[in-house]
Design a protein around this ligand. Structure first.
Ligand SMILES: [Zn+2]
Length: 546
């Protein structure tokens, strides 16, 4: 009897172990492609759309995909590291820890670069440009969650010209992140991910595509009159001259940089061409979109940011850059159709931040705004501290519109900290170009508007944030008045495009207010994977086909 029972048990176990699961297979795309355009205001979609290819790049997404027309960044500072992090974490700096491109370390007073990692080594060049990793990021990314959901069988790779724009999107568990080392003229990586570049990446670098692109020089895509009509004059007194003082207008000669200077490509549309070529190589050589599980490629185009900072948002250079970027995107989508198959990949396209009009342009046209010199502010506060409290070192420094205090010195001088803070606030608020200043610890008690209060509170991370926040007046921008910049709460910096296209995305648009943090929440819902660990965003159900 006992033997019969055991035989039956063994038979049942055998049956169970060979039983086929009968549940639903999770339906997912072959590949997710996250595209970030560095420094793209939402209105650029329409400002430049007369010059975009019909159904090629931007318009393929806008006309056939889904557009979230009112997508905002819910925090300040609206800068590259914080933006790329928020897009891929669904989180905000107060939770994810990436409070800016840099911050001041409270222990040693040193400025920390967001992606710095002194335990990491450069892979692919003999310099320090690869001593980077996502270690300062304290939450998971949507790309991490995809790796976790598939027991690490999904491949995740991040590519960009900028290191931070490749590293944070790709997350902690990435198979690789690659960025452009402008000194070496190579795409490089970090020992965080690998011990050596794959052979295909070395081969790509050996081609020195940058030199071939320099040979083409930078000429306009359309007749001069079109740019004149849309942007005014080519040469403006507030434009920088990144290609040398003798080059002040189109066409720009780039041949003199061949084999000499690999940095200049960043400030041309060829930075986008170079990155797209590297992205195609990544997809082919890593078989992205042809593996068993969903893969994820993050691509961040940095050149619009370099061009905007140099020439301003209303320049011929930026208009031509977007016309050429549109063609580059069209080429990339056609490549993905052929390589992965139309309908098999999911795309979202967004920006890490927008940008304000050049302060010089604002002044020319009697608009409110101007440039704000933060070095002068820092020096004058130090002078104030010297006169009032006999020590200029009461402030450690300024970073991302925040003032950091040296609490040890305040203690050793037996000063009343609130009194020190109030004296700095009163002084700072009187400076031209500054709208408000307040102690971050007292944020909830300020009379800021609810929108501003929420945006500043979404960035307060005590270990990395400063003590006093100042808010520039609308139209004002930190710097020397040349080119332009971004980083504030205002719509020109915070209103970004958000387009969805491809697998399981319907055509349409919404004017409902959505947020940068909703992107990862929505990707998680589309893929049926867990939201990242610090995600505060909400799913945008309107984009789903089913
Ligand atoms: Zn940026």
């Amino acid at each position: 009897m006992k033997r019969a029972f055991l035989t039956l048990l063994a038979f049942t176990c055998c049956l169970l172990s060979f039983a086929q699961p009968t549940g639903n297979n999770v339906n997912r795309p072959k590949l997710v492609v996250g595209i970030v355009i560095d420094q793209m205001r939402w209105d650029y979609l329409y400002k430049y759309s007369p010059f975009f290819d019909k159904d090629g790049g931007f318009l393929r997404l806008l006309n056939n995909g889904f557009s979230c027309e009112n997508t905002f960044i819910p925090y300040t500072p609206t800068v590259t590291a914080a933006g790329h992090t928020s897009i891929y974490t669904g989180s905000v700096p107060a939770i994810d820890g990436i409070v800016g491109n840099t911050w001041i370390n409270r222990q040693n007073n040193k400025t920390v670069y967001c992606a710095d990692d002194d335990t990491a080594k450069t892979i692919g060049a003999a310099d320090e440009a690869g001593e980077m990793s996502p270690r300062n990021l304290v939450v998971s990314t949507i790309t991490d969650e995809l790796r976790l959901a598939t027991n690490f069988s999904s491949k995740v790779i991040g590519v960009s010209i900028k290191d931070r724009a490749a590293i944070f999107p790709a997350g902690h568990l990435a198979n690789a992140a690659y960025w452009y080392d402008a000194v070496a003229g190579n795409f490089i990586s970090s020992s965080y991910y690998m011990n050596e570049l794959p052979a295909w990446a070395n081969d790509f670098n050996k081609r020195k595509l940058t030199d071939s692109l320099y040979k083409l020089n930078w000429t306009l895509s359309l007749p001069d009159s079109v740019y004149q009509q849309h942007c005014g004059n080519d040469e403006q007194p507030y434009e920088r001259k990144p290609f040398g003082d003798n080059q002040t207008h189109f066409p720009y000669t780039l041949t003199s940089f061949i084999k000499k200077d690999y940095t200049k490509i960043d400030v041309t549309p060829y930075g986008n061409t170079l990155l797209e070529a590297f992205a195609e190589n990544t997809v082919v050589n890593e078989n992205l979109g042809r593996n068993t599980n969903t893969d994820f490629l993050t691509v961040s185009f940095s050149s619009p940011d370099y061009i905007g900072h140099s020439f301003g948002s209303e320049s011929w250079e930026q208009m031509d850059d977007y016309i050429k970027l549109d063609k580059t995107l069209g080429k990339f989508f056609a490549f993905l159709d052929a390589q992965v198959g139309a309908g098999n990949y999911l795309v979202f396209l967004t920006a890490d931040h927008g940008v304000v009009n050049s302060p010089g342009f604002a002044q020319q046209h009697k608009l409110p705004g101007g440039s704000f010199n933060e070095v002068m502010l820092a020096n004058s506060i130090k002078q104030l501290m010297l006169v009032k409290y006999s020590s200029p070192n009461i402030i450690k420094g300024l970073n991302e519109d925040q003032i950091y205090l040296n609490h040890d010195i305040i203690d050793s001088l037996h000063l009343n900290e609130d009194e020190v803070i109030n004296s700095i606030i009163q002084f700072t608020e009187q400076r031209p170009g500054i709208a408000r200043a307040f102690a971050l610890k007292d944020l909830s008690a300020t009379t800021l508007t609810p929108v501003q209060k929420q945006m500043y509170s979404n960035t307060y991370f005590p270990q990395r944030s400063g003590d006093i926040q100042y808010v520039l007046a609308p139209g004002y921008v930190a710097g020397d008045g040349m080119g332009t910049s971004h980083g504030l709460w205002n719509p020109y910096d915070a209103h970004i495009p958000l387009l969805w296209y491809g697998w399981n995305i319907k055509a349409g648009k919404t004017n409902r207010e959505t947020y940068m943090t909703d992107i990862s929440a929505t990707v998680a819902a589309l893929l049926h994977i867990q939201m990242p660990s610090g995600c505060v965003g909400k799913v945008i159900p309107e984009v789903f086909k089913q």
